[in-house]
Design a protein around this ligand. Structure first.
Ligand code: HEM
Length: 405
């Protein structure tokens, strides 16, 4: 017992000295302060190794190269089974080309920019319905009343799921979203298994119904493509679960973070009130400045060199997307939030390369419509309570954001 305790103490001390380890173990410090420490450390030592043995980067150019390089994959090699905690099926996110390419091809048309433009009015109706219901003369929580509900309502509509129960779906999202930082407890593992079973039931029923009676929704399109491209039934459920959930825990934070940044910089909120066309720029700058997804991971698929470092096959690297988005080599005054920044869209908040976020056009559209509706309805909106960040390393956002008209 003494030895174990001693080892634990030594490990804790090591973790405390190591900013990357400290991030992984759930520090309460703002990760953005950590990223600047990591950037300073990386200045003379590109792609350094943290004491946990993991390489990382805060550098925009390296991040971009890792994401687009064929020498790195989302999983080590072709064996996708069992590498992820809890054996949860993350579909596209845990496939490398060519398996990835085959599966992604069948969903790409449904999320193209052209499709999204046609979808704009549906999103506006949903935004209006949600905002009609918020109190006019008392404080309300933007996260639970609006930012969390919008992405769910939109994707459910797009996929063609009828009669959904929002609290249940929120629970699914939290179970899978929480798993991005690792499965933390037996209770969480049980919740994930339940979630997977529920989603399997929901989607298999829907596949059967749409196969008989196709409609204009994404699932009908997928069912047709499944038969044409001979996609395995188990890949279909994972894919649909990803489509359903990938936007929940991310877009909620895009909207929350945007409102938070704008209200903390009142002159920029005012600029948006005066000219709602600035909303697209506000969305890009929020993605850059407070990225909803802070990091990802990649594995060398072969022996490869980057920045003077040799990666052996299977070696992992963490590109900190959020840190790359504040790289002073790419963004002037990177620590300032500026919705008129000309090159904000060079951020890597949606990743890059083969896994570039499929939902990016949808997330941008939801963000833009949400912000425009907010400034038009509530020009004097302000923060009306303490704000608290959600715990966790991968996703960045507010737990609550109490505002008042
Ligand atoms: C992938 C971010 C919204 C669907 C990704 C990745 C990131 C990301 C960083 C790639 C991870 C990696 O490279 O390892 C975001 C952010 C969003 C957002 C910040 C909101 C602001 C959405 C929405 C959907 C969606 C609304 C809805 C369909 C997907 C899918 C993938 C993905 C299917 C996997 C793509 C692939 O692996 O080929 N997203 N996402 N995302 N996202 Fe999003």
């Amino acid at each position: 017992a003494m030895v174990v305790q001693r080892a634990a103490t030594l490990y804790a001390a090591k973790v405390r000295r190591d900013p990357v380890a400290d991030l992984f173990t759930g520090s309460r410090l703002d990760p953005y302060d950590r990223y600047e420490q990591l950037r300073a450390a990386e200045a003379g030592d590109p792609l350094p190794k943290s004491s946990l043995g993991l390489r990382y980067t805060t550098n925009h150019a390296f991040t971009q190269q890792i994401l687009t390089s064929r020498a790195f994959g989302a999983v080590p090699g072709h064996d996708r089974d069992g590498w992820f905690d809890g054996d949860i099926d993350l579909s596209l996110l845990q496939l490398n080309p060519p398996d990835h390419t085959r599966l992604r091809r069948i969903v790409t048309p449904a999320f193209g920019r052209g499709r999204m433009i046609r979808y704009e009015n549906r999103i506006r109706e949903t935004v209006d319905r949600l905002l009609d219901a918020v109190p006019a003369d008392e404080p309300w929580d933007l996260m639970s009343r609006f930012s969390a509900s919008l992405p769910i309502a939109v994707i459910v509509d797009l996929l063609g799921i009828e009669d959904y129960d929002e609290p249940t779906f929120l629970r699914y999202g939290a179970a899978i979203g929480g798993a991005l930082d690792g499965v933390r407890s037996p209770r969480h593992a049980a919740e994930m298994i339940r979630t997977q079973q529920d989603l399997r039931r929901i989607f298999e029923e829907l596949f059967a119904r749409r196969a008989k009676d196709p409609r204009e929704d994404v699932i009908s399109g997928l069912v047709a493509a499944r038969d044409e491209h001979r996609i395995a039934p188990e890949d279909m459920v994972g894919l649909c679960a990803l489509l359903l959930l990938a936007g929940f825990e991310t877009t909620v934070n895009l909207i929350g973070n945007a409102v938070l940044c704008l209200l903390r910089n009142p002159q920029q909120w005012q600029a948006l009130v005066a000219d709602p066309a600035l909303a697209a720029g506000a969305v890009e700058e929020t993605l850059r400045y407070l990225s909803p997804v802070q990091l990802t991971s990649r594995f060398a698929l072969e022996r490869t060199e980057l920045g003077g470092v040799t990666f052996e096959p299977g070696e992992a690297v963490i590109p900190f997307l959020a840190a790359a988005n504040r790289d002073p080599k790419v963004f002037e005054r990177p620590l300032e939030f500026d919705i008129t920044r000309p090159n904000a869209a060079e951020h890597l908040a949606f990743s890059g390369g083969a896994h570039y976020c499929l939902g990016a056009p949808l997330a941008r559209l939801e963000g833009r419509i949400a912000l425009q509706a907010l400034v038009q309805r509530f020009p004097t909106l302000h923060i009306a309570g303490p704000t608290e960040r959600r715990r966790g390393m991968t996703l960045y956002g507010a737990k609550h954001l109490v505002v008042s008209a």
